[in-house]
Design a protein around this ligand. Structure first.
Ligand code: NAI
Length: 336
């Protein structure tokens, strides 16, 4: 039986990189039926809603989605798409691998996975202004909520991920030296979970030191787990270590399913020109195949993509070539 997957092509370069990705998966023989749905500006145009109920219903049915980049409409009354998806499907784990594909950058052997808590911390949206005297916005307060249950499930996710992917070490990143309650709870729970995984090394590092270490000695790290805001910042840092967002996939995984995506945006400056690099969405699709337990096919696609990028002959402009999205995709398919 083919696996049903919700496909949100997205805005800007989204439709072009999505159709390239679907073509690649079909060429690789992936047994998927796509349920095409709309979100972002495409959702507004069709249903007047950037995250239409039809799209949410589809993900509720399939529990797996591949999502192109979305443009969040500016203006009152529009929900944040990512927040709505995370809340609806309790996508508590954001998984961002950073892996060197083409040598010649600052580092040649980076292979990191950052696991970010996606639902708590400063992102719960509990903020308010404080009036002092006649100034209604004299101060502002944001609440960073850390729960024992939320910390436990994300650290456990990181250790399970390490075990499943044959990785050796989990580094927990925190700021418990200053934020003794919220970050302290995260660290305490992390230590407790770590004791249950005797085969995986556990390490704890304070976030500011981690930022420096990741730039100086990224090879020292393997799987990294951290709270929401630190994860947001460090995940882009590690993408920068391997050549930017053009090759960076991401996954949001949780109780209600999983959504796989390219980390970059809609690239309005090159939309419609047929020159976008589809690699990030293709690598996200490989993560999706692994999630669907089709690891061999994921590996085969990843290998063909990496070889094509490394050879450098038929690559898109952002990778230093002149190929169109379709020519690059054809070159990958030819290597499958
Ligand atoms: P962006 O990632 O779309 O573009 C930044 C630069 O990178 C541009 O020069 C673009 O041409 C280039 N670029 C990005 N992806 C590329 C690709 N696959 N191939 C070749 N070049 C690529 O970021 P920007 O300009 O800040 O955002 C544009 C729009 O995308 C905004 O509406 C933003 O809200 C949205 N966005 C959506 C995201 C999502 O849905 N996950 C994530 C980030 C931004």
């Amino acid at each position: 039986m083919p696996t049903p997957v919700t496909l949100i092509s997205g805005d800007g370069i989204g439709p072009s990189i999505s159709s390239a990705t679907v073509r690649l998966l079909e060429a690789a023989g992936a047994d998927i039926t796509w349920d095409a749905q709309y979100a972002g500006m495409a959702g507004v145009t069709r249903y007047g809603d950037p995250i239409p109920d039809e799209t949410l219903d589809s993900i509720k049915r399939t529990r797996v989605a591949l999502k192109g980049p979305l443009e969040t409409p500016v203006g009152e009354g529009f929900r944040s798409i990512n927040v709505a998806l995370r809340k609806t499907f309790e996508l508590y784990a954001n998984v961002r691998p950073a892996h060197t594909i083409a040598k010649g950058g600052r580092y040649d052997n980076i292979d990191l996975v950052l696991i970010r808590e996606n639902t708590e911390g400063l992102y719960i949206g509990n903020e308010h202004y404080i009036k002092i005297g006649s100034d209604p916005r004299a101060a502002a307060e944001s609440i960073a909520l850390i729960t024992r249950a939320g910390s436990e499930r994300i650290v456990r996710y990181a250790f399970d991920y390490a075990e499943k992917h044959g990785r050796k070490k989990v580094t927990l990143v925190h700021k418990a030296n200053i934020l003794k309650y919220s970050q302290g709870l995260f660290l305490d729970v992390g230590r407790m979970v770590a004791r249950q995984y005797s085969t995986i090394e556990f390490q704890e590092v304070i976030v500011d030191a981690m930022a420096m270490n990741l730039v100086l000695h990224p090879e020292r790290y393997d799987v990294i787990v951290t709270t929401n805001l630190f994860g947001d910042i460090l995940s882009d840092l590690i993408s920068g270590l391997v050549g930017g967002l053009g090759l960076a996939p991401g996954a949001n995984i949780g109780l209600g399913g999983a959504i796989f995506e390219a980390v970059h945006g809609t690239a309005p400056d090159i939309a419609g020109k047929g020159i976008a690099n589809p690699s990030a969405l293709m690598l996200a699709a490989c993560m999706m195949l692994e999630y669907l337990t089709d690891e061999p096919r994921a590996q085969r696609i990843r290998k063909a993509l990496e070889e094509t990028v490394r050879e450098g002959k038929t690559v898109t402009r952002d990778l230093g070539g002149t190929a169109t999205t379709d020519q690059f995709t054809d070159a990958i398919i030819a290597r499958l």
